[in-house]
Write a protein that binds this ligand. Structure first.
Ligand SMILES: Nc1ncnc2c1ncn2[C@@H]1O[C@H](COP(=O)(O)OP(=O)(O)O)[C@@H](O)[C@H]1O
Ligand SMILES: [Mg+2]
Length: 269
């Protein structure tokens, strides 16, 4: 009985608080992000402490901060994998909670460090359930620098992956996961350490390509100076607060930031 009561409490919990509207309020093109006084806790652990910042449409921003500073949690809030306990988050000027969740999934994509690949073909792993023209699949693979290794697989885009098929390296898996996000032409793209297993030179090529060929706002959580310095602007997170923001070069005068990126550089060497 106790178990059932608990389950019912969970089932009764509304998933979307205010009535969802569809995305007709969204502007065309890349979508800006506006975060105002957003706070978030896991139990009694305050992870984001009244964060406010803006990301302009088409801007690329690097989120930098020590492990545990709240970068991934913030990324989750931006695509509504969780809601802030207080404050507001807007995408293209529309409060996230008022956007239809299906619409939000189409407009905003997040790529994680760990990827899940299905035991099916490369093509299906990129396109999933979408019936996409071959040219779109190939464009996404090209932009994520996956085209080369895919074409070398025994059956190219028809190669079956996973338990009964070909096993990919970590960097190859990450590039497929990126292609899966790119093929949907998101208007906000968040990369949470999504290219960490990719060779740094290839990572730079990917990011430059994204900036040149993709109409999207880009938020990158990264640990390599070569990646961070490609962003238009850096947000430096420290224990759930924005400690500093500006260009990578501006922030080098911030001692904590400078110490952190120097450590990254040594780690990469
Ligand atoms: N699912 C979770 N449950 C409880 N605590 C979590 C969870 N995810 C992260 N945390 C905690 O929240 C804080 C911020 O974590 P996270 O957002 O993952 O930081 P970062 O990505 O900057 O390393 C850390 O103290 C972490 O232990
Ligand atoms: Mg993280």
């Amino acid at each position: 009985m106790v178990g059932r009561e608990r389950l019912e409490e969970v089932f009764d919990e509304p998933v979307t608080l205010p009535p969802a509207v569809d995305g007709t309020g969204l502007p065309a093109g890349p979508l800006g992000v506006s975060v105002r006084s957003a706070s978030f806790s896991y139990e009694d652990n305050l992870v984001l402490d009244g964060i406010s910042f803006e990301v302009e449409p088409n801007e690329s921003v690097a989120l930098v901060g020590a492990t545990g500073s709240g970068k991934s949690t913030l990324a989750h809030l931006l695509v509504r994998l969780a809601d802030p306990d207080a404050g507001s988050i807007r995408l293209g000027g529309v409060e996230l909670r008022r956007l239809d969740p299906a619409r939000l999934r189409r407009e905003a994509a997040i790529v994680f460090q760990e990827t899940f690949l299905f035991a099916s073909t490369v093509r299906e792993n990129i396109g999933l359930d979408m019936a996409l023209p071959e040219s779109e699949i190939r464009r996404a693979a090209r932009l994520s620098q996956a085209e080369g290794f895919i074409e070398e697989l025994p059956r190219g885009y028809d190669t079956v992956l996973g338990e009964r098929g070909v096993t990919l390296s970590g960097g190859q898996r990450q590039r497929l996961a990126l292609a899966r996000a790119l093929v949907r032409r998101p208007r906000l793209l968040i990369l949470d350490d999504a290219t960490s297993a990719v060779d740094p030179t290839v990572e730079s090529v990917i990011l430059k390509g994204l900036r040149e060929e993709l109409e999207t706002t880009l938020i990158v959580i990264a640990y390599r100076v070569s990646t961070i310095s490609l962003a238009d602007r850096v947000l430096f997170l420290d224990r759930g607060r924005i400690a500093a923001e500006g260009s990578h070069y501006d922030l080098l005068s911030h001692p904590a930031y400078e110490a952190m990126v120097r450590a990254y550089e040594l780690g990469a060497a």
